[in-house]
Write a protein that binds this ligand. Sequence first.
Ligand code: NAD
Length: 331
Amino acid sequence: MTKQRVLVTGGAGFIGSNLVDYHLKKGDEVWAVDNLQTGRLKNIEPYLHHPAFRFDQSDICNWPRLLEGVEWTNRIYHLAAHVGQRLVLADPVNTLSYNIRGCELILQALFDIASPARLLIASTSEVYCHCPLEPGEALKEDRMLQFPSGEFLQETYDVSKLVNEIMGLSYKAKKGIDCTIARLFNTIGTNQSPSYGMVVPNFIQQALSGEPITVFGDGLQSRSFSNVHDTVTALALLLDTPKSKGEIVNVGGDRECSIIDLAKMVKKIARSESEIRYLSYQEAYGVDFKDVRRRRPNLDKLFQLTGFKPKWTLEQTIEEIIQAKKEMQMA
Ligand SMILES: NC(=O)c1ccc[n+]([C@@H]2O[C@H](COP(=O)([O-])OP(=O)(O)OC[C@H]3O[C@@H](n4cnc5c(N)ncnc54)[C@H](O)[C@@H]3O)[C@@H](O)[C@H]2O)c1
């Protein structure tokens, strides 16, 4: 494949920085933009002097080089977004407004310069919201979506991502923008910050420091996790194939794990003495949070479009994160 010019919004974030690494290793040129709200400069530090990498610290909603960046690139991963349960609950208005505005600006810029670049919009499994799952069932992309009425503070992130999806597909249908939607399920791995309420980095930090591992609710809620290396490969493969144009595609891992089992797994792999402690959602978030009980993607569409097969197990991923944390602490 010819050399790509890759623009990553949210490029100093967890998934963004892993995409930067992936494309630089492939010999591509990469331009990342990030306002460092939840992203960290240290995630991209190893590349700052790389001749094929450039970084702008800016909010995507007022990035002075937006048109220049969009003109330069032939592949955009739009990841910049207000994320993390704590941040979203604390700042619902900006979650909606920045997440929607940022995506619209990218789409409009592509249209304004009639760019043929490929655009991948990072959506989320949260758009499935409270869709019930039968035992053994997995969420397919054509599933009817269900949002509870009146719980708006909790839903601003999900709704902003759903608006991104609809906006992207409308620009595809009516303005010819080449857009693919990736509905990302829980992704974990190196460079993920524990500061914004993400479960695995929290558990690992607690296990390594000997603090109680805090499980919210009854711990029987389950999630399916994907290693960020697998996620990044899947996202890149989606943009490698023209078959993904205009498609909504689940990206994630399909092995379900309850949060209590996850806590026990982290404790065991970290050889930690931490106790496992239950917290109510009120204690955890300061509001009576209604958590989703189960989340598991059907990945048939991803596999059919890209031929992708995940390589990492959950245990290997937890080992990798713990190892990286220990190395950082020793450095
Ligand atoms: N990690 C997951 O499990 C997961 C699951 C579903 C969806 N996603 C989506 O994937 C994307 C990346 O998530 P992540 O887990 O890497 O989180 P992250 O917080 O590490 O990455 C988001 C990045 O966007 C930056 N950012 C936020 N608002 C910005 C703005 N207005 N302008 C410029 N930069 C901005 C942040 O500083 C951060 O670096 C997000 O869009 C998120 O919604 C992630």
